[in-house]
Design a binder for this molecule. Structure first.
Ligand SMILES: [Zn+2]
Ligand SMILES: [Zn+2]
Length: 337
């Protein structure tokens, strides 16, 4: 089968690789769509704070149809449209046993850590990680369930609800999806960003206010969600949040960040870190299905595997829209060349 293979930092190409075969408890998914995310860009260039080993097989935001099942897998799965959890815990440790498999020390992460990713025609997945997709959740939406799960968990941790005011830092994919979930929760939602195009997307998603750094109003923020990779933003979030409020950290900076621990104490702030979308995947599928959140305006373009290297390099097809998300159809050929 064809897969996008990264052979060294900044170098990758479509290659012919062995197709996966399902062991007991596993399935093979024929990939319909896979999203490219900031984690992929960071891993491609080896700037990500969890560098991978080469050759690398990226891709953790995916959906497709099950074409093969291993021993012990219910035959009803065959032919189903699915997406799945990136985080594959060992299943044995106390973290896995208490539904915290996403921080299991021995976990694999599909396309990130020790498990070949979905930028390929086929993907191997344990059946335990699968989530079924309803017909109304299209392939484009299905590939955006994984980032949606992250955004959902961030918003849930922010305690967004009617009457609360949420500030989201960073209108990238996670920030924009979080905007959707926070609005769906009934909050007043504001977004801080840099580029007019990304702020226009936030406005289009229904944000009540969109701001750049200099014009951010001095409002009482019940919660602040940091969805940037800027190392100054965690402290910014802590400085801006209302006393007794909540700060949610989901963005990951490329270098260590410092935070004044005393300001947590003096302001009685609750801080939550979000790692992965796991328990947010099911509610995200429901939100996409019932229309309360629509990820499709975030899609810039759908490309073929042949154009993945260029997009990871920041060289976007001229026809691409202003959204932050590029999707890949592994069976398609790009018109980008
Ligand atoms: Zn991602
Ligand atoms: Zn474990």
């Amino acid at each position: 089968m064809k897969a996008f293979v990264v052979t060294s930092p900044g170098t990758g190409a479509v290659a012919e690789v062995a197709a996966p075969a399902p062991a007991a408890g596993q399935v093979v998914v024929d990939i319909a769509r896979v999203g490219i995310c900031g984690t992929d860009v960071g891993m491609f260039h080896s700037t990500y704070n969890r560098p991978g080993r080469f050759p690398l097989r990226l891709g953790h935001e995916w959906c497709g149809r099950i074409s093969e099942i291993g021993d012990g897998v219910d035959a009803a799965w065959l032919g189903r449209r699915v997406t799945g959890d990136t985080m594959l815990g060992c299943g044995q440790c106390h973290l896995c046993r208490s539904e915290r498999h996403y921080v299991c020390e021995n976990r694999h992460e599909i396309g990130v850590r020790g498990w070949p990713g979905a930028l390929a025609e086929k993907l191997l997945v344990p059946v335990s990680a699968l989530h079924r997709l309803p017909d109304s959740v299209t392939d484009d939406m299905g590939a955006m369930v994984e980032p949606g799960g992250n955004a959902y968990r961030a918003v849930a941790a922010s305690d967004a609800r009617p009457g609360s005011r949420v500030l989201i830092l960073g209108p990238g994919t996670i920030g924009l999806l979080a905007t959707g979930f926070a609005l769906a929760a009934g909050s007043e939602v504001h977004v801080l960003g840099i580029t007019p195009a990304s702020l226009a997307l936030a406005r289009g998603a229904g944000a009540h206010g969109v701001w750049t750094g200099s014009d951010l109003p001095d409002l009482a923020w019940d919660s602040v969600i940091n969805a940037t990779d800027d190392d100054s933003m965690p402290q910014f979030a802590l400085d801006r949040v209302d006393p007794g409020g909540r700060v949610v950290f989901i963005g990951s900076a490329h270098k260590p960040t410092t935070l004044d621990a005393q300001s947590f104490v003096r302001k009685a702030v609750t801080a939550v870190g979000i790692m992965g979308g796991s328990h947010g995947l099911r509610p995200t599928i429901e939100a996409y299905e019932n229309g309360s959140v629509d990820p499709r305006p975030l899609i810039a373009a759908t490309i073929g595997l042949d154009a993945v290297g260029s997009v990871l390099d920041g060289d976007f097809p001229p026809s691409a829209g202003s959204g932050p998300k590029f999707l890949v159809d592994p069976k398609g050929i790009s018109d980008a060349h």
